[in-house]
Each structure stands twice: as C-alpha cells, then as structure tokens.
Design a protein around this ligand. Sequence first.
Ligand code: UDP
Length: 252
Amino acid sequence: MAEFKVKSKIVSETNSKNLFQRPDGRGIKEMRETEAKVGVVPAADGSAMFRTGKTIAIAAVYGPKKMHPQHKQDPATGQIRCEYNMISFSVDERIRPGRNRRAMEISEITKWALEPSVMLDKYPSQVIDVHINIIQADAGTRCAGINAASLALAHAGVPMKDLVSSVSVGKLDKTLVVDLTKEEEDFEEGEGPTDIPISMTSSGKVTHMQLDGKIGVKQLQESVDLAKESCEEIYEIQKKALKDAVDMEAKK
Ligand code: UDP
C-alpha cells in the first residue's frame, strides 16, 4: 500500500478564489448527498448499499468458501473475486447486458483496492466472492462500488485491518472538485475534465488511484489531500451504517 503524506494544505490559486461554479451548485469540496446501509441482501453472507447522489451501488459478499475451480486454490492465502456490473437500466441509454471490457477492468481494480485491507492469510485455499451491482449511475460508480463492497465485507464478518473508502476527485479546467457527476465528467471547457478516483483506508493508506486526463504534480498531491478529507467523511458514514446494524440486531 502506498502512503501519501497529506503535506500540502495549499489549494491551488483557482481553488482558493473559488470562482468555479459547479452545475449543481455544490462547493468544490462538497460531496453529493451520501448514505450507506448494510444487510440489504439477506441471502448473502454480508451486503451493503452505498449511494452518492443518483449513483447507487449494491454489494453482496459470499464466503469465505473453498475456491473452485480447484486449480485456482492458493494454499498460502485466500483470494477475493470481484464482479462489478452496471445493470441495463442504470443509465438513460440502456447498457447491453453481460460482461464488457469496462466491467472487467473495474472488477479487477475493485479487487486491488480492497485486497490490502482484508486479512486473506487467514483463509488459505479459499475465496471470497464480491458481487457489485450498480442499479443507478451518475458517475463515480467504481468508487461507490468499492465503498459498498468494503462495508459488505465487514458486514460478512471477514477480518479486516481497516475499511476502504473511495471518492473521485476531478479537475474541471483548472479547478479541483470532489465527487463528480456525469455532467461534470463531460465538462469540455478550458483544459477539460480529469477524473481521479482514489481509494484509501481510514489511516490514509492509498489502495487505489487512477488518472484519466492531464494534471501536474502539485495538483495531483492536492487531489490526494482532497480525497483524504472526503474519505474521512465517507468512513464515518460507513462506520455508522455498521453500528446501526449492530444496534438493530441488539434490539431484536
Ligand atoms: N456510463 C454510461 N454507459 C456506460 C458506461 C458509463 O452511461 O456504458 C456513464 C455512467 O453514468 C457512469 C459514467 O458514465 O457512472 C462514468 O463512467 P466511468 O467509466 O468514468 O466510471 P465511473 O465514474 O462510473 O466509475
């Protein structure tokens, strides 16, 4: 896991002037309305819903269980198997059902983002299946999926070192903002959009970072700082979802 130090508290000149108007009127550091809930798929060993604005992810965890096919078993460690899927009616223009390259890539990335937080050495030759379905999409689906999946793993009682929280930071022309909508991802003025999804543990260890666009080193460091602030907020929402489930169980 890479450890980014939160060293620059300086926001870029454009950001500090804060002249940039987001289409939905949010502040540059303001996430969309966010909520999380666990136990949404009773048949699964663990499950969670994570919503940011109009983007909704449902994650269901099955296992740990013996890895099949057998030749994929690793006697030294357990494994996570992720399947990300955006369902056909999650966006206005219907998506062709079934696996596609984008879904395969995001499935792999989600696995990489989660793996460092899970104590897989406790489950040699076993597998934990994580199924993520995006039932409504307005950008940031890989981050919402990671947030839901981390919660679902914790809800399943899988031993973890930490939760993973994820947010997309974007550079719209020259300004950094958090939690982009699809409208913002399609921004075309000036330098255009740069999308930087970042995932990290609550102790600030980055487990995943992607970059689609162009950005300088200084603003990239600032992006990590912004992501850290948002991930701290997301972590609190995730923790509350788990606590609410425990409280509900105790009341039964
Ligand atoms: N999208 C879409 N159809 C597709 C793929 C994506 O309408 O086949 C939209 C959807 O709103 C998604 C957004 O484009 O959230 C951004 O997709 P991207 O691949 O950048 O990943 P994300 O931001 O969702 O992690």
